[in-house]
Design a protein around this ligand. Structure first.
Ligand SMILES: [Zn+2]
Length: 94
C-alpha cells in the first residue's frame, strides 16, 4: 500500500471511529444491542487505523516507518525522499 493511500485510510478510519463513538453516545441507550454494535464498530475502526498506521505507513524508498507528521508529510523524514517521485527533498530556494 502506498503511504498516501495508507494515511487516507488511517485518517478516515479514525474519523469514522470517533463518529461511531459519538453516534453511540448520543443516539443509543447504553447497554442496548445497538449501542454495543456501534461500540464494536468504533473499536474495530480504531484497530484498523492503528494496524494500517504501523504496517502500511512506511517510506516506499527506505522502508522506514513514518508516523511523525504523517498527515502532511510530502517527503520521508528519514531519507528525505519525496514519496511520489523519490527525488531528494530540498528546501525551496528563494
Ligand atoms: Zn525514506
Amino acid at each position: 500500500m502506498h503511504i498516501k493511500t495508507a494515511r487516507k485510510v488511517v485518517l478516515w478510519s479514525m474519523i469514522l471511529s470517533v463518529a461511531c463513538a459519538v453516534i453511540g453516545l448520543v443516539f443509543f441507550e447504553p447497554g442496548t444491542v445497538a449501542s454495543l454494535y456501534v461500540t464494536f464498530a468504533a473499536f474495530g475502526l480504531m484497530l484498523v487505523s492503528v494496524i494500517v498506521l504501523f504496517t502500511a505507513c512506511r517510506c516506499p524508498w527506505c522502508n522506514k516507518r513514518v508516523t511523525h507528521g504523517l498527515m502532511k508529510a510530502e517527503y520521508c523524514p528519514h531519507c528525505k525522499k519525496d514519496f511520489d517521485t523519490g527525488l531528494k527533498y530540498r528546501k525551496k530556494k528563494r
